[in-house]
Design a protein around this ligand. Sequence first.
Ligand SMILES: [Zn+2]
Ligand SMILES: [Zn+2]
Length: 298
Amino acid sequence: MRNATSILLLCLLPFACGGDSRMVPTDATDGSKQDPQPAQARPGFDATYIANAGFLMTGPEGVVLFDSLYTTPSTEWRAPTPQTLDALTMPRKPFDQVTVVVVTHNHPDHYDADTVATHMRNNTKAHLITTAQIGEDMALNIADFASFADRVHAQTPNPNESIELEVAGIAFKLMLFTHGKKSTSENLGVQFTLGGVKILHVGDSQALSEDIAAYALPGEGIDVAFFPFWMLMREWWQTTIREAIAPGTIVAMHLNPRTVVQKHIQDRGGWDAVFASWQEQFPTCVIIEEPASSVHFD
Ligand SMILES: [Zn+2]
Ligand SMILES: [Zn+2]
């Protein structure tokens, strides 16, 4: 497995402003020609936080947008601002560069059919990777679904099985990470590589080690894995992360707004104390709360 990924920069990107192009590499078409550095050097990718489990991931092979196309205003969960939603659906920079949209599951803090459809209509180079459930939902509820259906890859793996597919020049592996025994929502774990960095986003996973053992993820050498906050809070999921996934670097996601008062967070001394405990448990843990903040991983 590779060493832990280093964080090289932290910057802010104004989504509402059309003039900023820092997110888009000036020559992102062929990393092999422009990189005279030692063989181990990797161009890496930028992860820009949108809201909740939503991230924009920009690498030499393309731009992948996770779980950002939803509108449900919520006091419980963070959601894209109206300005960001406008930029997401027009789409404007940096979202006009998106080549792959990924929606991990059909909950309203990750997915809204109309918002996804608007992006797919307006960004004709974008492909959608999502669950069979969402594919069926969109086919039923979006009148012109057929107009972009050839760019929709809606598949759900069976338990303990994975689906490998190449979309817009990027190889993806889709896995089933259960949303929990009480949920009927199919939830994807999505593995792919950008700029030589192997990435895993697990959606709203509540999977335990035994649920994902068949994927043998420690042998995959995951460099950067995105986990919802509950997987960092509970001992059994911390064990799952360490023993059944073993990523180099962790990004915490699905963080509640600070305005939401939760007894279990207060009992632990508040969010700052909780964050400190995560970083004690996982020294490489990256916590991003500020929308449009961008971190480079290589
Ligand atoms: Zn969910
Ligand atoms: Zn969620």
